[in-house]
Design a protein around this ligand. Structure first.
Ligand code: BGC
Length: 977
């Protein structure tokens, strides 16, 4: 998608939902290629409601044992938003609506909308949607799926592609299945760090903590644990891992769900997680595709505006940054991809044919199915043509009104020929093939439940054993919906152990003066000097050390920062089965015969606190910074507008250290935190960034503080000295700059450390940094050419595997009627139509719809052209542990591209980041021992995306510099290639 192409292309954002349903004016009446789309108008007409809070509150209020059941859950939107800006937004929207009304009354409706119309769509068309079944790894699954799909009726195919509606069945997303053809309903459940709205399941460390481990093996094992637990609860499709947001903005509300602000770290972690999940037979979902970097304005109406924000991303940046982890995920065989709420280049991500058809399905060779984020589908026919395969949760433009953009409308759109039958068959077979690919036809993995038992074996909508199967409907029959199946593992295989190991390895020690850490349970020999007869006084300060008296699940979806912080909030949060607070682990580890512990579990510490609480020899002070998903908020926050510690954290640290010569700061946070107000104070001896540790928080922290494990976490983001230091692109847009807020990703490739390096900004702690309790040296860097440089990958391989074919005949309309005597539930989404009168206005296909695109040369297999993954360069290095104990080091390999690279297609010089991470590995080494680590770089690692050539290009003149070391700025070894 070149800038030029973007500007001249047609506006996909105009694509309409359901010609079958259009009794309205045709597209041309609104001016082709311009102004608001019908969905927007419809949404304005209908005043689409924002997402009900707390995962749909009226239902969630029935959940009882997991924390407070409070009125907060039904807090009205206006109250939630509040504040100056929000009232401005309200004002703006009210003015627009009032203006709209006046204009309507005056008969100048169209004139009015043309005056405020958003910019033209900039994403080029890419049609037709590539069919699945084109790679050998999925061939058998497609063959089996073809047998089922060929038996499916029209309504069964629609059933497989359309959710049944929010809360219409037991999971957060459900399809209804195709019983006659032999395909079951599917349960789709969040999420990235555990099973949301469930019980007896592990609350794993968050993605950001997992990224901070830099440990491929742990990433895989965590994925395995997630997969196993989801399977045992009866979940078919896990809604994770998250790899977008990538972390363009360190304050982005959901950055913590993913693994860190670098495409390679994010890609490795995502792929390892997916392999783990899918090795357990559960379909993983790579989300959110793509550009959902901030929560403000992410979704229509949620922020008071009729449209979502448009993330305007240029072609090269898309490929080299935001798409990268998705490519790794597709290469790992991911079964599903979730398209995001936002627009990309002014076309909704879930209706953007360039993204879904062109990039995901053609170039990356994605074989599974694309599902929409919840209500991210904003058009009917258009999104089907653009490559969406499943709409979730099935509701249309609004929550739980029973009016889907697909369901019966899709049935009708096939019957009147607007959506080709081939497209519908491809949508269905992608879902069924993914099910086979994961072995879900195997009843040992997914057993048929015993009579009377639910499947899945839990309900998202109640904690009681008995509940409704179709909660949002008028079906009030009570049946067993919760089996309370414990999926956390037992004894040695109790998943908490693994969760603890990951949380400990994801804890980053950034300052450790005089080796104050690790602590001794007796308080530490050094600190005890001269005081052998007295107890050693240790003060623990801050609310974050303490458990929430109302329980760890006191706030719905964890949408508050109260007491110890172990997770962000939103759909990526889970119900904690338990949460070990730091204070508990500290108390049980310190030898209380030698140590006097003073616990001050509040952030409101009096300035003269030693007078109140007694002088301390050592102080451990806990602070936090929280954020979360945009459908809910805490303290008016979703995205973090600044990166300072919250709840008076800075003041608390300053106050503690004023009176305590040995102060250790522990930070639980969703991402980077600005430490500048106190980091250089001499009394601040150690700082530990523990990220979001999950249920085993305290135990994992104690493992590190007491040195039961080495401190081996490394920063998955840069800790800057101020938010401004991250650059203009890193600032959250909090005020809309148009009816469709336009966010230009004009910093391009230069996010996080790449921005700091390019602009010579010194961070406080750089990306990749972290201290160990031992020391390491790097030596003997050897580069070995495995394959010679050559600019282009091999030509796209000729296809040898072909998609199954199905009858393209349009079925008779009466085959799609509601069956006689059918009992309809209110608000439930059905595929059936009411009568055989089918609208047949010609569908206004988008520009470019009839011009088939040539397959991308960058494609040809899952993840792209297989030759992109050929290994070209071996980098090996010797790492020696020169310190006092066994420890773990992360070997990081950064690539600097040759200077003066000129792209042959454009004649323009290509600008590269100073260096980019391209490989890493973590090794454990005993004291005095050494290990040689080899990291292989692929063609893709050594290429840039050429916009002119529409391919990855490896510069074959000039020299690459390969730098190896312990962080993005501690790179003692260099060699050229
Ligand atoms: C989130 C998704 C999530 C879905 C279902 C959406 O609000 O963006 O990540 O999977 O809800 O809960």
């Amino acid at each position: 998608m070149t800038r030029e192409a973007e500007l001249t292309s047609s506006r996909e954002g105009l694509l309409k939902h359901g010609a079958a349903t259009l009794s309205r004016d045709s597209l041309d009446d609104y001016g082709s290629g311009s102004d608001l789309d019908l969905d927007e108008l419809e949404a304005q007409d209908g005043q689409a409601s924002p997402r009900p809070r707390g995962g749909w509150s009226p239902l969630k209020r029935k959940r009882k044992s997991k924390g407070k059941e409070n009125a907060d859950q039904i807090r009205p939107k206006a109250k939630r938003k509040g504040g100056w800006f929000r009232s401005k937004t309200c004002l703006l929207v009210s003015m627009i609506l009032l203006g709209g009304l006046l204009a309507l009354v005056g008969g100048s409706y169209q004139f009015f909308f043309k005056k405020i119309r958003p910019v033209d769509g900039q994403s080029p068309p890419w049609y037709p949607s590539p069919k699945g079944g084109t790679v050998s790894q999925w061939q058998m699954s497609y063959l089996s799926a073809a047998t089922i799909v060929s038996k499916m009726s029209l309504i069964e195919k629609v059933n497989v592609t359309t959710g049944t509606g929010w809360a219409s069945d037991l999971c957060v997303g459900n399809t209804a299945g195709a019983f006659d053809a032999g395909f079951p309903p599917l349960c789709l459940q969040d999420g990235p760090l555990g099973i949301r709205f469930s019980d007896h399941a592990t609350a794993w460390p968050a993605g950001i903590t997992t990224g901070a481990t830099w440990n491929r093996d742990l990433m895989y094992k965590r994925g395995r644990g997630l997969g196993l637990e989801h399977r045992l609860k009866g979940v078919n499709v896990m809604l994770g891992p998250a790899m977008g947001p990538l972390g363009r903005m360190p304050g982005g509300g959901r950055v913590w769900e993913g693994f860190g602000s670098d495409p390679v770290l994010q890609g490795v972690a995502a792929a390892q997680t997916i392999r783990g999940i899918q090795d357990e037979g559960v379909m993983a979902t790579a989300k959110h595709f793509v550009g959902n970097e901030q929560e403000h304005f992410r979704q229509s109406w949620e922020w008071g505006l009729p449209n979502a924000i448009s993330s305007n991303i240029d072609d090269r940046t898309l490929h080299e940054l935001y798409l990268w982890p998705f490519a790794d995920s597709v290469r790992a065989g991911v079964a599903s991809v979730m398209c995001s709420y936002n627009m990309v280049n002014n076309s909704y991500a879930c209706g953007n044919s360039k993204l879904l058809n062109g990039i995901l399905k053609d170039e990356l060779g994605f074989q599974g199915f694309v599902q929409s984020d919840w209500l991210a589908q904003r058009s009917g026919v258009a999104s089907a043509l653009a490559g969406l395969d499943m709409t979730m949760p099935g509701d249309g433009l609004r929550w739980t009104d029973g009016d889907s953009l697909w369901g019966a409308r899709l049935t009708e759109a096939v019957l009147n020929g607007s959506v080709p039958t081939e497209r519908l068959s491809d949508m269905a077979i992608r879902v069924v093939a993914a099910w086979y690919q994961l072995g879900q036809d195997n009843q040992t993995l997914f057993p048929v439940p015993l009579e009377g038992d639910p499947r899945p074996n839990f309900s998202s909508w109640t904690n009681d054993e008995m509940g409704h199967l179709h909660e949002s409907t008028d079906d009030t029959t009570l049946v067993k919906v919760n089996n309370f199946t414990d999926v956390q593992g037992q004894g040695e295989s109790f998943h908490g152990r693994l969760a603890q190991e990951i949380a400990a390895e994801g804890t980053v020690l950034v300052k450790n003066e005089g080796n104050i850490l690790p602590l001794s349970p007796q308080g530490g020999a050094k600190q005890r000097e001269g005081r052998r007869d007295a107890k050693y006084n240790i003060g623990i300060f801050g609310e974050d050390a303490a458990p929430n008296p109302k329980g760890p699940n006191a706030c719905p979806d964890r949408d508050c920062n109260e007491y110890t912080l172990a997770s962000g909030w939103g759909s990526g949060a889970v119900e904690f089965p338990f949460l070990t607070p730091p204070i508990e682990a500290l108390e049980s580890t310190f030898d209380l015969d030698a140590v006097e512990l003073t616990k001050v579990m509040t952030n409101d510490l009096p300035v003269d606190w030693p007078a109140v609480h007694g002088a301390q020899d050592l102080c451990i002070v806990f602070i936090t910074s929280d954020a979360g998903e945009g459908f809910t908020s805490w303290n008016h926050l979703t995205d973090r507008i600044d990166l300072h510690p919250q709840k008076g954290g800075d003041k608390l640290v300053e106050n503690v250290q004023n009176n305590c010569q040995h102060t250790i700061v522990v930070i639980h946070a969703v991402g980077p935190v600005i430490l500048e107000r106190w980091i250089d104070f001499p009394n601040i001896k150690a700082v530990v960034m523990a990220n979001l540790p999950g249920e085993e928080s305290g135990n994992a922290l104690a493992d590190v503080l007491f040195g039961r494990v080495d401190a081996s976490g490394r920063l998955p983001y840069t800790v800057g000295k101020s938010l401004a230091d991250y650059g203009p692109g890193a600032q959250i847009m909090t005020k809309p700059n148009g009816l469709i807020p336009q966010q230009d990703f004009s910093e391009g490739l230069f996010i996080d450390y790449r921005h700091f390096d390019k602009n010579s900004v010194t961070p406080r702690y750089e990306f990749g940094f972290g201290l160990s309790y031992t020391t390491f040296t790097f030596s003997d860097l050897v580069l070995k050419t495995l394959k010679a440089k050559a600019p282009l990958p091999s030509p796209r391989p000729t296809a040898t595997v072909f998609p199954p074919t199905f009858s393209t005949a349009i079925p008779e309309a009466d085959t799609a009627l509601f069956p006689d005597g059918f009992r309809k539930l209110s608000q439930y989404i059905y595929p059936y139509i009411e009568n055989t009168t089918i609208h047949s206005d010609p569908y206004p296909y988008p520009k470019g719809y009839n011009t088939p695109q040539s397959p991308s040369q960058a494609g040809g297999a899952e993840g792209g052209n297989p030759s992109l993954y050929d290994e070209h360069l071996s980098v090996s290095v010797k790492v020696t542990n020169t310190g006092p104990r066994t420890g773990k080091q992360v070997v990081q390999v950064y690539v600097s591209f040759p200077e003066n690279v000129v792209d042959v297609s454009t004649g323009k010089k290509i600008e590269f980041p100073v260096r980019v991470l391209r490989g890493f590995d973590k090794v454990e080494i005993g004291t005095g021992k050494a290990k040689t680590v080899e990291i292989k770089l692929t063609r893709k690692d050594l290429s840039y995306w050429s916009v002119g050539r529409q391919n990855w290009v490896m510069p074959d003149t000039g020299q690459f510099t390969i730098a190896v070391g312990a962080s993005s700025r501690d790179l003692p070894l260099h060699a050229t290639w």
